[in-house]
Design a binder for this molecule. Sequence first.
Ligand SMILES: [Zn+2]
Length: 69
Amino acid sequence: MPGYCINQDVQPNGDREIHHEDCSELPPRYDRLYLGDFSCHNGALREAEKYFPQCKGCPLCARDYRTNR
Ligand SMILES: [Zn+2]
C-alpha cells in the first residue's frame, strides 16, 4: 500500500494538504508528517483528521480522494 504524508506547513486558509509519497508536490522531509500506509486518500484523511481538524487531499495526487468522498 502507498504511504501518505501530511504537510506540516498550514495553507493560508488553514488547510493542511495530504500527499501520496510519490507526489511531485511532496513537501521536504522536515516539513511533512508521515501518516502511514493506506489503500486510498480517504484512509489517510481519516487518520489525519484525528490530529488535524482541517485537512484535505492535495489537488495533484488526491484525485481518488475527491471522487470517493
Ligand atoms: Zn500531492
